[in-house]
Ligand binder design. Structure first.
Ligand code: NAD
Length: 477
């Protein structure tokens, strides 16, 4: 049983002013495994004040000093690798193997940003002007529960590289993971006040960060609905914003694809991170004349997927993070049936023998049309919709018929054709014939999937503001 009754401000773990206590529940068995005392507005203001004070000196640190810090932040994650993974499996319910991959990704984020920072031109000449790219100031980092360490590191690493100080508000559902990573960062020896953590509710701590005049930017990952609130409330103080929001990503399978490979991969893509990921390909778009074959391949793949205890080897889908998320997924499964989609596997309720946790059945609907709610809204669980098309133009139109534009997938045996289709899909990322990552390439969304980009040079640029100086080399008369 973990008791988390400290937040991290100005280099110290301190008792919060807030007094609300929340249970932390293991989603795999619904047992209470901890209690967290949530911070409040006062705690948030204290953390912002510490970050503001630290910014004065941190903004002036050299590239070499910050390179050392980024290296240390990487190293402490590696040192505490097992502890971090354990916390993620227990508190979030993510299958262990996937968790380890994500923790490693979090560590590497610091090294990728170190490389980017070394090559970044913090000062440029444009004509007669000297343009310096200055750190923005105090940044509020607000993250969701579905990959706690990844989101924190994706935002923290460029902030450090740029010379910004931060207040981190992770999800209230990730309190144990946040505590463990805060302890790691404490050991990294970063100057006091540069990194601060406040546990708390979004509408309390997140809202205070959003409206506080001393916070220059909010870097947020989460739902499109909350992104809208942050954009609206941040406008009063002209907050800079990076918003990484929801998705309803299309997976277009062209008629010449290798279906034996493409369809199992499409199912895995839809159900990765137990379906609780922003980039999952939750709309599988297939040629009408191959629909029956697709359905059989999908059923066969889903039957082979292991759902269950996240610690067990081979588990691909763990429980949903919370009772609320379990209910959300059930709600969408009911809607799918009600609105006339064809349920080909899965359905409502728990998988057999797994009613002790927030487990759902991996579920697939065929004959889904774009007017159905399950085709439009992000479900954030292992529910896949199959839509069919007659022509390639129609496939592209279906892919783009969404308010989102975060990720997309295309399969074809003809690369030229696949690239042509990819170029017509309105999406921040398009993956062709497989799953790849390039951690220094921009990540983010078109349309209502967000504003701005993370990762690599595009990510770092969000944390600096250009200042133009003219006459810097003029000889005084
Ligand atoms: P959420 O939007 O409910 O919460 C995200 C964070 O925002 C949490 O820390 C929460 O406490 C905080 N928050 C809530 N209300 C707030 C407010 N009024 N002001 C400021 N902060 C507030 O999202 P979630 O349920 O934690 O995560 C799931 C969502 O995250 C999905 O929609 C998913 O698509 C999105 N997501 C996006 C990406 C991406 O990179 N685009 C990655 C992962 C998750």
């Amino acid at each position: 049983m973990r008791t988390i009754d400290h937040i991290y401000i100005n280099g110290k773990f301190v008792k919060p002013h807030g007094t609300e206590v929340m249970d932390i529940i293991n989603p795999a068995n619904k047992e209470v495994i901890g209690r967290v005392t949530l911070g409040d507005e006062q705690d948030t203001r204290d953390a912002i004040a510490a970050a503001k004070a630290a910014f004065k000196t941190f903004a002036k640190t050299s590239i070499e000093e910050r390179a050392h810090m980024l290296q240390r932040l990487h190293d402490v994650i590696i040192e505490k690798f097992d502890l971090l993974n354990e916390a993620a499996v227990e508190e979030y319910g993510a299958p262990a193997a996937a968790t380890a991959g994500r923790t490693m990704y979090a560590a590497k984020n610091f090294l990728h940003n170190l490389d980017v920072m070394k090559e970044f031109q913090f000062e440029k000449r444009i004509g007669k002007a000297k343009v310096s790219l200055e750190p923005l100031g105090v940044i509020g980092l607000i993250t969701p529960w579905n990959a706690n360490y990844t989101h924190i590191s994706t935002k923290l690493a460029p902030a450090i590289a740029a010379g910004c100080t931060v207040v981190i508000k992770a999800s209230e559902l990730s309190a144990i993971q946040t505590q463990v990573i805060a302890e790691c960062f404490h050991e990294a020896g970063i100057p006091a006040g540069v990194i601060n953590f406040v546990n708390g509710r979004g509408d309390v701590v997140g809202a205070e960060l959003t409206r506080h005049p001393d916070v220059a930017m909010i870097s947020f990952t989460g739902s499109t609905n909350v992104g809208r609130i942050i954009a609206r409330d941040g406008a009063a103080t002209m907050k800079r914003l990076v918003l990484e929001l929801g998705g309803k990503s299309p997976n277009v399978i062209l008629d010449d694809a290798d279906y034996q490979k493409a369809i199992p991969l499409a199912v895995m893509t839809a159900f990765s991170n137990s379906g609780q990921a922003c980039h999952v390909g939750s709309r599988l778009i297939v040629p009408e004349h191959r629909l029956e074959e697709v359905k059989q391949l999908v059923i066969k793949t889903v039957e082979g997927i292991k759902v269950g205890n996240p610690w067990e080897e081979g588990t691909f889908i763990g429980p949903m993070v919370s009772q609320k998320q379990y209910e959300t997924v059930q709600h969408y499964i009911h809607l799918g049936v009600e609105q006339g989609a064809e349920l080909i596997i899965g359905g409502s309720g728990h998988p057999e023998g797994l009613d002790n946790g927030y487990y759902v059945k991996p579920t697939v609907f065929a004959n889904v049309t774009m007017d159905m709610t399950i085709a439009k809204e992000e479900i954030f669980g292992p529910v896949l919709s199959i839509l069919s098309y007659k022509t390639e133009e129609e496939a592209i139109a279906i892919a783009n018929d969404t308010i989102y534009g975060l990720s997309a997938y295309v399969s074809s045996s003809n690369l030229e054709r696949a690239n042509d289709v990819a170029s017509q899909i309105v999406s921040g990322r398009v993956l062709i014939n497989g799953l790849y990552d390039e951690p220094k390439a921009p990540f983010g969304g078109f349309k209502q999937s967000g504003i701005g980009r993370e990762c690599g040079i595009y990510g770092l640029e969000s944390y600096v503001e250009p200042k133009t100086i003219l006459g810097h080399d003029a000889v005084p008369q």
